[in-house]
Design a protein around this ligand. Structure first.
Ligand SMILES: [Zn+2]
Ligand SMILES: [Zn+2]
Length: 261
């Protein structure tokens, strides 16, 4: 199966901030001519961490059963896989490890959404950027990305340059390149996340120069729309593939935690 038209970053209403049933996402993928999709909803974390924005641990079984029902319904027409978008936040690794051991996930994305207690990608808290030195912010952020890559918990790093979401671009760039070296050393992939095109920055994650730097290091990409609504499934994949092919990037998917070309 060609990995080129496979959406591997999708949410469900269980996370509390997405709409549309999983079967509607699958139908949207079929309608868009995709070959498959992998649900990667926000995974349960310890109760004190980001609770309103993710499923609870006692909803995990419902998540698995719901996606398995969609797999059965679309069998033979659309490949439906089951993964998670995990968070990397120092101190939570053992909890995450325990949740990841509860099911043989197809694909696990490791994302950094917090710097300390600040959810820096939450529009509610965007004013906090005014209190920060952007160079220091990105240095701190990419150190966490390196931690995610070294943790051994994840298949790919989610939306690599996420702090640019509202237009606050990295003024330095060196920390990002160091993170790419670590990501390559640990054989992880990168989520090529088209949601950035729907945000104020109006650019996919990662930026074109980082995409090229990653491709030069042999890091493969996994296409993801980060859809929180069925209409976003496969969002701007044609544009994404153009950018990736222009830098000779490898596009892959994951099944059972194994990379497929
Ligand atoms: Zn979300
Ligand atoms: Zn995310």
């Amino acid at each position: 199966m060609s990995p080129l038209l496979f959406d591997s970053h999708l949410h469900t209403p269980l996370c509390g901030h997405a709409s549309g049933s999983p079967r509607e996402y699958a139908q949207a993928a079929l309608d868009a001519g995709l070959q498959g999709l992998c649900f990667t909803d926000h995974m349960p974390m310890p109760a004190w961490y980001d609770a309103p924005w993710r499923m609870r641990l006692d909803q995990l079984a419902e998540y698995i059963e719901t996606i398995q029902a969609v797999q059965a319904e679309f069998a033979g027409r659309l490949e439906v896989r089951l993964g998670l978008e995990a968070d990397f936040h120092p101190g939570t690794e053992r909890f995450v490890e325990r949740v990841l051991a509860m099911h043989p996930w197809d694909y696990v994305i490791g994302s950094v959404h917090y710097l300390g207690a600040w959810g820096f990608d939450n529009p509610e808290f965007v004013a906090e950027y005014e209190n920060r030195d952007l160079g220091a912010l990105y240095t701190q952020y990419y150190a966490l990305v390196e931690g995610a890559a070294r943790s051994g918990l994840f298949d790919a790093i989610g939306h690599l340059d996420l702090p640019k979401k509202f237009g606050h671009r990295d003024p330095l760039g060196a920390a990002a390149l160091r993170a790419l070296d670590v990501i390559a050393d640990h054989s992880l992939s990168l989520d090529f996340n088209t949601a950035g095109w729907r945000k104020p920055v109006a650019e996919a994650y990662p930026a074109p120069d980082l995409t090229r730097q990653a491709a030069e290091r042999g890091i493969p990409f996994v296409l993801g729309s980060d859809a929180h609504r069925p209409v976003e499934v496969g969002f701007r994949f044609t544009d994404a593939l153009k950018l990736l092919q222009a830098v000779d990037a490898r596009v892959v998917t994951y099944r059972g935690g194994v990379r497929h070309a």
